[in-house]
Design a protein around this ligand. Structure first.
Ligand code: TXA
Ligand code: MG
Length: 318
């Protein structure tokens, strides 16, 4: 078990000693360490059991600090940064030498983000280095949206868990890079595509791939519960399984033939924001219930529905 609390000074002390901690953000909890310190970064990969070809996001608290480790910020990236930081946006920018190779898996871009969480912004302000932080889950499992989730999955392996309450957004940041100068979404996330396009015009969206070296983070099998997850209406599964064997994730409406306690309705009021906030906790809950399989129905492909569907599809991938 790890110590959980709200002591920013204690968190900073551990981080200055190359330790790693659990850290709140508005998207999901991170597993954070000094991004300039290869020893701390190696510890992040080890604790997460993450392959070193999957690079990390570097978190900082101001655009001025960013210039210490980023070479140049393209015009469109500046527009996005001004509009969405602090927030659920990660930009892929040309890196400076000071960022260890391990952070970027040898790529010449570094993923950067100013997160929107008061405790974490205060912590970052008190440090003279940025924090590398992937989501604080074991590689391939569901991302944590509460301090207790970090404790359940990584307790004992982190020196401290900074408790910032439940995450307000609940899914990871939207990642945007600029290959050949063209703004491109590398991962759908907490800021909807429509909102990004309103800001900078049309953007390309990378298809998922487990073999594209440009996009190492787009491994398909991700965010997965341990129970088999099917993208399907429960109706189709009821011929093979008894009602009590099926757990269900739906957007607005429970299924009449399944036990209510085995169902997670993401937003009875049809809110994409609320659905995103509830998604990972719902997957986590269904994974612990005595059901055999999980049936998940996709949301309309709009707004945060796109990112939610992306996570559900990846959770279902085999
Ligand atoms: O909301 C978030 O982004 C959370 C919080 C903690 O900030 N972090 C997060 O980190 O989701 P992680 O490591 O779980 O996902 C980061 C993704 C990975 O899929 C990684 O491959 C990709 O970002 N990535 C990092 N650097 C990259 C780069 N230079 N080029 C392409 N993809 C990159
Ligand atoms: Mg992750």
């Amino acid at each position: 078990m790890s110590l959980i609390g709200t002591d920013i000074q204690l968190a900073a002390k551990y981080l200055r000693h190359s330790d790693v901690i659990g850290l709140p953000t508005e998207t999901v909890y991170g597993l954070a360490g000094n991004a300039f310190d290869s020893e701390a970064v190696a510890r992040i990969f080890a604790v997460k059991n993450r392959p070193t070809f999957d690079p990390l996001i570097v978190h900082t608290s101001s655009p001025e600090r960013l210039t210490h480790f980023v070479e140049d910020i393209p015009e469109q990236a500046q527009v996005l940064a001004r509009q969405f930081w602090p927030g659920a946006l990660t930009l892929l920018l040309p890196r400076k030498e000071i960022i260890p190779d391990l952070v970027t898996s040898g790529l010449d871009t570094v993923a950067v983000r100013i997160p929107n969480h008061p405790l974490t912004l205060q912590l970052l302000d008190s440090l003279d280095f940025p924090l590398a932080a992937p989501s604080a889950n074991p590689f391939g499992y569901i991302s944590p949206t509460r301090a207790e989730h970090v404790q359940a999955q990584l307790g004992g392996q982190v020196s401290y868990i900074l408790d910032g309450g439940p995450c307000m957004i609940g899914i990871e940041s939207t990642i945007i890079g600029f290959p050949e100068g063209k703004p491109t979404v590398f991962r759908l996330g907490g800021i909807a595509l429509e909102v990004i396009e309103k800001s900078i015009g049309s953007v390309a969206v990378m298809p998922h791939s487990s073999s594209n070296p440009l996009a190492p983070g787009m491994l398909k099998s991700h965010y997965a519960p341990r129970k088999p997850l099917f993208i399907s209406s429960p109706d189709k599964l009821l011929s093979q399984y008894k009602p009590e064997q099926i757990g269900y994730i739906g957007f607005t409406t429970p299924h009449p033939d399944l036990p209510p306690q085995n169902q997670c309705i993401l937003s009875p009021t049809h809110s994409y924001t609320e659905a995103a906030r509830n998604l990972f906790a719902a997957l986590r809950k269904l994974d612990t219930l005595p059901v055999q399989i999980i049936a998940a129905e996709l949301l309309p492909e709009k707004d945060l529905g796109r990112a939610i569907n992306d996570r559900l599809r990846r959770a279902a991938a085999v």
